[in-house]
Design a protein around this ligand. Structure first.
Ligand SMILES: [Zn+2]
Length: 115
């Protein structure tokens, strides 16, 4: 696995009160069809999708997914997934599990339930 962990400050960004239980996934760039299908089927897990360069991967390109509050990568407390390929990203997404770290707990009141 070539996962690159990145503790992002974006998850601590102040959020406006969320009147609906689930805001739409934010796409900074268009996602490949396979990833797009997974994301839309798990819109309760994914907050934001991006892809591009500058992620420090070997190819210089990576997919970047920010998880909603209440979710984390399966093997650690990382809330942003960065992978150079769709297959690697799907593997990471399948490992995502519920999270009750302090950061998530602080964000949950404004982002809504993780369910
Ligand atoms: Zn968390």
């Amino acid at each position: 696995m070539t996962a690159i962990s990145r503790a992002t400050s974006r998850t601590t960004r102040a959020q406006a009160p969320n009147p609906s239980p689930l805001t739409p996934v934010r796409y900074v760039n268009r996602a490949p069809a396979t990833l797009d299908r997974w994301i839309e089927a798990h819109a309760n897990v994914v907050k934001e999708f991006n892809c591009g360069d500058g992620y420090g991967t070997e190819s210089g390109f990576a997919y970047d997914i920010l998880l909603r509050a209440g979710w984390r990568r399966g093997d650690d407390f990382v809330h942003t997934l960065i992978e150079p390929t769709v297959a690697a990203m799907l593997a990471q997404l399948r490992s995502v599990t519920q999270c009750d770290c302090d950061e998530c707990k602080a964000l949950l009141p404004s982002e809504g339930p993780a369910q």
